[in-house]
Structures are given as C-alpha cells and as structure tokens.
Design a protein around this ligand. Structure first.
Ligand code: LMR
Length: 327
C-alpha cells in the first residue's frame, strides 16, 4: 500500500511539474517597417494586450524592419509554421489571390474614409476569406494610408515620369500603372529601397508618408509629389493550421486583442500620416510638391486604363463595389 501511495505521489508530482513548465505558445509577428509606423505600433499594442490578458499561455514576439522575414518569404514561412502572424501590404498577395488586386487600382478610392467603408462592407469582409483555400486566414485590415510619388526630379505631370525607374511592390497592377506613364517599374523588397534610391540605381518610388519618413527616403529623394494616387493598407494574416489549432477560448481572446490593436492602429494612421508629412517638410531635405487639379487629372487619365486591363482578373463586380464606397 505504501509503495502504491509513493508511486501515485511520484506520478502526480511529475505531471504537476510538466503542467507548470508547459511553455506558453509563442506568436512570432513579423513585419518589414519601422516601429514608429501604424503597423509597428499596432503590433506592439497587440503584444501588450495579449500578454496582459493571457500572458501565462501566450507570448508575442514582434520582429520589425524585415529582421525575421521579408514580405516575399513571410507567407511561405507562415505555412511552414516558422512565423505565426504578419501584416503584408495588400499588394503582396497576388500569388495567393487576384481579388485583393482591387486595392492596387490607381485613383480608385477618394480618401481613407472610402477605403474604410469598403473594407468594413460585406464585400470587404468576404475578401478576408480570399486566402482560405491557400491555408491562410485573413484576420483584419490595417490602414497605413495613401501613397505619394517621389523622385530625383520634380514630377508634376505623367510625362515627367517617362523613362524613370520606380521601385514597386510585387504587384502586376502597380507594374501596369507605371507602364501607363512610360516609366520603368522594378519589383524590389522594401528593405532594399533606401540603398537603391541613395545609389541612384532607381529614380523614384511610391510610398505612404509614414514609410517615407521612418525609412528616411526623403533624405535621398529631393522631390515628393502629393499624388494620393493609390493605397497602401495591410491584411493581418495567420495560418489556418496555427489558428484552428488554438483552444477556442484562447482564439477568442487573441482575436479580441487583435481587433483592439487594429482599431488603435487605424485610429492613429491618419494623424501619423499628417505628422510625418509635416516632419518631412520641416526637415528641409525634400520638397513636397502639391499639384493642381488639372495636373492630377492628367495622372488619372494616364493611369486609369489599368482598371480595364485587370477587370477580368479582379472581377467587375468587385471594382464596382469598391467604387460605391466613394459615394
Ligand atoms: C512596401 O514594400 O513598400 C510596403 O509593403 C512596406 C510596408 O509594409 O508598409
């Protein structure tokens, strides 16, 4: 009897030790921008909320500045289980779905309020599922903002871009957009943009204010034209394998924390864009060019044929639904 009691005690102690030492689940969140951007701040807010609420079960490690993966590798890494969350730009999902290309169409959204309306609409929410068949789960949209065009010479009308090399994200829509103005688009990773600009291997780029400022692109681009011609927003994604493998209660807690972190990121994105724009002007390193309505219309006329070009791939209904968000 004494032997039996001792055996039971030993097993109980061992189990207890095992439970006590069960390591928390680690969510690695990988992204490519700086910490002082809407995405950088959102990721840190997510870490804070998760660890505050379920820190004994889950930890979040945030890897900014392409420290862990660039956007060209991160989704593959996610499917292999090497990273659990990321928020690539909507321009970077082309290999997984053509539907999200709707967000790249130039001059489609009048402002960020229209973008927000579309993302929160039934159609926008359905698009979060467009990656499911490829093993990825869209968890929400995050704003950065509208893109501006920068170059080593002033860009006022489309003819000014002719023959110039522009870095673009990995999107065929963005490639077509620059081809429409006879420029030379080059798909390059975000981590290489500063050096490419600094060494003049390329002439220009398109970026939202927070990316220009946080990565100091304005120090190597003497002119930034305020075109607001396109969108740079994100989708926060995870893998179906990771997400569905979580206990239901924990998944609910993590999603709640993420929704709150995204709401925070979206709320600060507008103020951040305005502040970074002003900081660039104040730095005196780059001239911010405000174009006239007539000049802007020339860019619209030159780039809009891209819509027709991608209508079949994206779907005319989807383009119409996005356009309706302007009303
Ligand atoms: C880019 O590659 O320009 C952007 O996707 C970077 C980012 O995440 O904002």
């Amino acid at each position: 009897m004494r032997l039996l009691t001792a055996a039971v005690t030993t097993v109980a102690l061992a189990l207890g030790a095992q439970i006590a030492s069960a390591a928390p689940i680690e969510i690695k969140f990988s992204h490519v921008v700086a910490e002082n951007t809407p995405k950088g701040k959102m990721a840190l807010k997510f870490k804070e909320l998760v660890e505050e609420r379920v820190g004994d079960e889950v930890t979040v490690s945030v890897f900014p500045n392409s420290q862990l993966f660039g956007d060209n590798k991160v989704l593959e890494a996610m499917l292999l289980g090497d990273v659990q969350m990321a928020a690539p730009s909507l321009s970077k999902f082309q290999k997984y779905t053509t539907q999200l290309q709707v967000f790249d169409l130039p001059f489609l959204f009048e402002d960020m309020a229209a973008v927000d309306r579309f993302q929160q609409s039934e159609t926008g929410q359905e698009l979060l599922n467009s990656l499911n068949k490829r093993g990825l789960v869209g968890l929400g949209y995050l704003h950065n903002g509208m893109k501006q065009m920068s170059a080593n010479e002033p860009l006022r009308v489309p003819a000014d871009a002719s023959g110039k090399k522009f870095r673009i994200m990995t999107s065929d829509v963005l490639q077509a957009q620059f081809e429409e103005v006879d420029a030379v688009p080059l798909k390059k990773p975000f981590s290489e943009v500063f050096t490419l600009l600094q060494t003049k291997a390329i002439d220009g780029a398109e970026n939202p204010w927070s990316n220009i400022y946080s990565k100091k692109f304005h120090e190597v681009q003497p002119y930034i034209t305020e075109t607001n011609h396109g969108l740079l927003d994100y989708m926060v994604v995870t893998s179906a394998e990771f997400w569905n493998g979580l206990d239901d209660d924990l998944r609910v807690e993590i999603k709640k924390a993420l929704d709150e972190a995204i709401a925070y990121g979206n709320q600060i994105s507008g103020e951040q864009a305005a502040a970074d724009r002003q900081a660039i002007i104040d730095s005196g390193r780059s001239e911010v060019i405000e174009i006239t309505a007539e000049e802007r219309q020339k860019w619209v006329d030159a780039m809009k044929p891209v819509w027709k070009q991608f209508e079949d791939e994206i779907g005319a209904d989807l383009i119409d639904a996005a356009l309706k968000s302007n009303e």
